[in-house]
Design a protein around this ligand. Sequence first.
Ligand SMILES: [Fe+2]
Length: 233
Amino acid sequence: MSNNLIPALTTAPISFGASESLRIKELEAQASAFRNSVICAFNQLLDLKDLNTGVHSTRLAEWGMRVGQELGLEEAALQNLEVASLLHDIGKVGIPDSILRKPGKLDPEEYALMKKHSEYGWAVLRMLPGFERAALDILHHHESFDGKGYPAGLKDTEIPVVSRIVCVIDAFDAMVSSRPYRKGLPHEEAVRRLKEASGTQFDPVVVECFLTFAQAEMATVFAAAGTSVSSAL
Ligand SMILES: [Fe+2]
């Protein structure tokens, strides 16, 4: 074969014309619209299951994005963090109400079933194009920094950073939020418990980052989520 029939290799960057750039922008806008639609649809499903969960998830998204930005996560990871914050408990749709709404402590069998919600969430979201990574982050949102969490018993940096962030802010929000059967903890007590479990249950870097702004900006975040600090207590 003659050499001049072989296409020349080039290291020059691929350049797009105006029409290609426009088409790429359109496709990106479509992908973004699809992503937002899926988030909204699933959020409504969460609202149907338990009204409190929707507000809880919105607060988590606000906090999650703050922590993610402070820790220098890249744009793609921030997008997954937003999805994981909003939809981390989507798998609870598959848990019976008798367990979800049980006022008292769950027995071992009930607790084992409750723990399945992270796998259920992963199983649903991984089937959606563009949500595969967020599905994995959701799968691991109950791992513990010392390896004693579930479902995989991952530890330290084996746990995806998005999952480590969701774990901290989810626990904090659950502590300060009131439930029909119990009043939320005062912020000071929730902060104390977060610090106490830093390095065992929680990633200490994430805890430190969250606490640098959590108390000072609590009112702003609650307002952005359409609620108030006092109504959550
Ligand atoms: Fe969860």
